[in-house]
Design a protein around this ligand. Structure first.
Ligand SMILES: CC(C)(COP(=O)(O)OP(=O)(O)OC[C@H]1O[C@@H](n2cnc3c(N)ncnc32)[C@H](O)[C@@H]1OP(=O)(O)O)[C@@H](O)C(=O)NCCC(=O)NCCS
Length: 300
């Protein structure tokens, strides 16, 4: 929690040390998340720490989840490409929110809606591992990674199956609870992996499924919730449209709220060359992602 000058200085010192260490060890990307005020955001940027974005936290008035990051100059995105991304994000800003119709959509496509959630025990979760091997392979996950993901009580997975039980589309949400000294705890949910098998694409399955999982997290699970966010693959415009249609906000929309050094920064709200997705589109080593979040106006 970057709420005092001392903690901010310590953070800057540690980040700078990690960055130098990374360079020496040929590591080309460093990312750290922290909590602070919009003022801390400015101070970090002024101290030369890359601020990749910030997400407002419900019930923590004035506090934001800060994404600090550094990329080696060989792992960056040309300004022309950043401008294309920003044009897509600006152009989709007028997209109207549409209600989620997952059940109807699945029925029309001959698919079944399934949910692995908090209430499901480890055995029933482990039984599902084989089903996800092909789908989650796109994110470089092997069987052991998939098992770990599935058995964790902090993972929620919404997925659609065809009559043979094969996964047509899946969206994963991961919950983390962080204790903040003197500020209680923070519950964050990240919508992580999302995939639709090639033959099922373009039917609105991902859009409905990602809306469905967010509705479940917000209204179907008890307990506090301070942020629901996602990193949207910028090489798939459908991901951006789907998030807009589901009413999510993009951090690029917010640069003017924070002002200061972030407003003119083309990368604010975009995680450049963050990690790799085998999406069949991106030809560079890694994908770029736009940070999006659900505007949580009610807090528990
Ligand atoms: C990205 C991915 C999950 C999308 O799956 P999908 O089921 O085909 O997506 P949808 O059909 O729901 O499309 C999303 C929305 O964007 C719209 N859309 C898609 N491409 C569009 C475009 N170029 N212009 C305008 N709208 C577009 C669709 O119409 C749909 O909205 P609608 O339901 O309101 O009509 C799929 O392409 C995939 O698995 N890619 C590889 C993995 C990946 O990149 N995952 C995302 C990580 S963030």
């Amino acid at each position: 929690m970057l709420d005092t000058a001392r903690r901010l200085d310590d953070f800057i010192e540690e980040f700078t040390r990690n960055r130098a260490d990374a360079m020496q060890r040929s590591i080309d990307r460093v990312t750290v998340k922290a909590v602070g005020t919009a003022k801390a955001l400015d101070l970090l940027a002024e101290s030369g720490i890359g601020v990749e974005g910030a997400i407002p936290l419900a019930c923590h008035r004035g506090h934001v989840l800060i994404f600090a990051g550094w990329n080696h100059p060989d792992r960056t995105v040309p300004p022309a490409k950043l401008r294309t991304y920003r044009a897509l994000l600006a152009q989709t800003r007028i997209t109207k929110k549409v209600p989620n119709r997952m059940e109807d959509r699945a029925r029309d496509a001959g698919l079944q809606v399934n949910l692995l959630a908090k209430k499901d025990d480890q055995t029933s979760r482990r039984d599902e591992v084989g089903r996800f091997a092909e789908a989650f392979g796109a994110f470089g996950l092997g069987e052991t990674d998939i098992e770990q993901l599935l058995v964790s009580a902090n993972t929620t997975i919404a997925y659609l199956t065809n009559p043979l039980g094969a996964v047509a589309s899946a969206v994963v949400a991961e919950r983390v609870t962080i204790d903040l000294e003197g500020h209680g705890s923070l519950v964050l949910v990240e919508i992580t992996e999302a995939i639709t098998r090639v033959e099922f694409r373009g039917q609105g399955l991902y859009r409905n499924l990602s809306g469905y999982i967010v509705d479940h997290i917000r209204f179907g699970e008890a307990g506090p919730l301070h942020a629901v966010f996602g990193e949207c693959n910028l090489s798939s415009p459908g991901v951006i449209y789907a998030a807009r249609r589901n009413g999510r906000r993009f951090v690029t929309d917010d640069a003017e709220l924070y002002g200061g050094p972030h407003r003119p920064d083309l990368t604010f709200g975009i995680l450049c060359q963050n990690f790799s997705v085998s999406d069949g589109v991106e030809s560079r080593a890694y994908n770029d992602f736009a940070l999006s979040y659900v505007d949580l106006t009610n807090c528990a």
